[in-house]
Design a protein around this ligand. Structure first.
Ligand SMILES: [Zn+2]
Length: 121
C-alpha cells in the first residue's frame, strides 16, 4: 500500500518548479524568435534552434500536466492506480516518477507503441 500524502508535497514542489521553468522557457522561446528575426541568416539552422526550444517547453508543460493530474488523483483517492487497468502502480515507480499515471507494464506497452515517451527531468 502506498500513502498518497507522502507524494503530495513532492508533487506540489514539482508543480511550482515546472511552472517557474515554463515561464522561463517562454521567455527563452521569445528571445530565440527575436534573434531569428534579427539576423535571418541561415533559416534552417534558426528553425532548429527555435524547434528545440519549444520541444523543451512542450516537454515541460506535458510533465506539468501530468503532475497536476496526479495531484487531482490524490484528491480523488485514485492516486497510485494505473489509468488503464486500475491496478496498483509499483511503489518503487511512484518514488521515482510520482506523477506517472501508468503501472510499469502499461507504461512499457505504451512506449513500445510509441505513444508515450519516458519523461525525465
Ligand atoms: Zn496498468
Amino acid at each position: 500500500m502506498i500513502n498518497p500524502k507522502q507524494y503530495k508535497k513532492r508533487l506540489l514542489d514539482l508543480e511550482k518548479k515546472l511552472e517557474a521553468r515554463a515561464d522561463r522557457d517562454l521567455e527563452n522561446g521569445r528571445g530565440e524568435l527575436i534573434d531569428v528575426a534579427h539576423d535571418a541568416g541561415d533559416a534552417s539552422v534558426s528553425d532548429v534552434a527555435v524547434d528545440s526550444e519549444f520541444t523543451q517547453a512542450e516537454l515541460n508543460s506535458m510533465i506539468l500536466q501530468q503532475v497536476q493530474d496526479a495531484l487531482r488523483r490524490i484528491d480523488d483517492g485514485t492516486f497510485g492506480k494505473c489509468l488503464i487497468d486500475d491496478g496498483p502502480i509499483e511503489k518503487k515507480r511512484l518514488d521515482a516518477v510520482p506523477w506517472t499515471p501508468y503501472c510499469l507494464k502499461h507504461q512499457t506497452l505504451l512506449e513500445a507503441a510509441g505513444r508515450e515517451r519516458n519523461w525525465t527531468l
